[in-house]
Design a protein around this ligand. Structure first.
Ligand code: CA
Ligand code: CA
Ligand code: CA
Ligand code: CA
Length: 461
């Protein structure tokens, strides 16, 4: 059998033939460089023939190099049990496959870890010799480690398994074993101040009610009773604020299943009259289960109104508002400790809200607009592929809806935003206004977008 008969004149061609057990078993290589390579599996005690041919003037002296493919390993690592528990032990059933070209001898696996909550109890296993293409299992030579009882964070433990063999080389395989545990999180923090100015913010001299709950976002049941203690951290800039009741109260008398939520007794927070707007009260929520495991979270309340920050790289130009009197100048946003999102569009000068005002929001897949149109609030979405109205939660407000104003504030709890999937603490947005849909394009975008492309910016909180 010859290779490369159809190669253009002047190209080097090498063809190789392997003869196995009296039958032709061929592998070949041909090309336009003067180096060709063939990989094949050989059997012992067998004679092989290699035929090299050069064509069309490419004859000459060539070097022939025969190399054995080195030892190489794959590993299948099966933990037993498949999930660990705090304080429990895990053994590893390891199947090593020799995917190299020759026998591996004196094969050994060694466990190591940088995880302080992993205690290796039997860190070595010998596998003897493994033929090329063969595999071996550590059935009679265990690999065992223990998980510290302090490992109660619902995170996997991680180790490395290093395989060595005679002749040098080492192969490192990561080992990760899940350790499911409960993970208690603060949810549904709300603030009401009907005894004060009822603006939803803690103001100087007010006593406000803090409602909240606890949810188990972990991977195993939290054992009840589940209690909470709330305290004011020393880093608060408000001094003299008080919380009632003090001490620990029970959120759930029984267990809290994975995904379960329980309401906790509300706290009354009293802000001293001498506090100033912008000062902070840092609350620490410490949840405890029946076995005295604790999970802590903190939230920072800011005295006075929402603390807005501009989302624009630069203020929007003045006078780029075409036919509509409302000239966008700034877009500011805020998310407070109770997870209420506020977006404020600010105009260059006060204007009459006769047109359509959109705040676009985007989670990377779906878009919505918080819309002021016809002096009413709406939310539109493109989730179905075309823009449609979505249900309009009562918690969504726009202030003001009409009249002449310097700014408009859109308010909606993050949890009530329809359609979007907001993961983490950011969302993309921009603002645009138009006199009416008879315009060719929005009259003004912020961030500025003279070409009309969507000028997304990421707002993070
Ligand atoms: Ca062992
Ligand atoms: Ca208030
Ligand atoms: Ca503008
Ligand atoms: Ca603009």
């Amino acid at each position: 059998m010859k290779f490369g008969l159809h190669q253009p004149i002047g190209y080097l061609v090498l063809g190789l033939i392997f003869t196995l057990l009296g039958c032709d078993s061929s592998g070949g290589s041909q090309g336009t460089t003067n180096t060709e390579e063939i990989t094949a599996n050989f059997s012992s005690s067998t004679t092989y023939y290699i035929l090299a041919e050069g064509y069309a003037g490419a004859t000459g002296a060539y070097n022939l190099k025969v190399e054995l493919a080195a030892v190489d390993f794959d590993a299948i690592i099966q933990p037993n049990p498949t999930s660990g528990i705090p304080g429990g032990t895990v053994s590893l059933a390891v199947t090593l496959q020799n995917i190299g070209g020759m026998t591996a001898s004196n094969v050994t696996a060694t466990l190591s870890t940088t995880d302080a909550e992993v205690i290796i109890q039997d860190g070595t296993a010998a596998f003897g010799s493994i033929l090329a293409g063969g595999n071996a299992v550590n059935t009679t030579d265990p690999l065992v480690f223990r998980i510290a009882s302090s490992h109660v964070n619902n995170q996997p433990v991680s180790l490395s398994m290093t395989v060595t063999a005679s002749g040098g080389g080492s192969w490192v395989f990561p080992v990760s074993v899940p350790v499911p545990f409960a993970d208690l999180d603060l949810v549904n923090l709300s603030l009401s101040d009907p005894g004060g100015n009822n603006n939803g913010f803690p103001d100087p001299g007010e006593s406000v009610s803090l409602g909240f709950g606890v949810t188990n976002s972990g991977a195993s049941t939290a054992t009840g009773p589940i209690s909470v203690a709330v305290s004011i951290e020393a880093g608060s800039t408000v001094s003299g604020a008080t919380l009632l009741p003090t001490g620990s109260t029970v959120c759930s008398a029984g267990n809290l299943a994975v995904g379960g939520t329980a309401a906790c007794p509300a706290r009354t927070l009293t802000i001293p009259a001498g506090a100033a707007n912008g000062q902070t009260i840092i609350l620490n929520f410490a949840f405890t289960d029946a076995a005295a495991h604790t999970w802590s979270e903190r939230r920072t309340l800011v005295v006075g109104g929402a603390v807005f920050a501009s989302i624009l790289p630069v203020l929007d130009p003045i006078g780029d508002n075409g036919a509509y009197n409302c000239d966008l100048r700034d877009v500011q946003a805020s998310v407070d400790a109770t997870n209420i999102l506020r977006i404020r569009t600010i105009f260059a000068t006060p204007c009459n809200l006769t047109g359509i005002h959109d705040v676009y929001m985007y989670d990377g897949t779906r878009m919505i607009t918080l819309t002021l149109e016809g002096n009413a609030k709406n939310i539109w979405t493109n989730a179905s592929g075309t823009w449609e109205l979505t249900p309009n939660p009562t918690s969504f407000t726009i202030t003001p809806l009409s009249g002449t104003t310097l700014d408009v504030t859109y308010t909606i709890p993050l949890a009530d935003i329809p359609n979007l999937v907001i993961t983490g603490n950011s969302v993309m947005m921009f603002a645009a206004v138009i006199l009416s849909w008879s315009e060719a394009d929005y009259n003004d975008y912020a961030p500025d977008s003279p070409g009309g492309s969507m000028p997304w910016v990421t707002f993070a909180w």
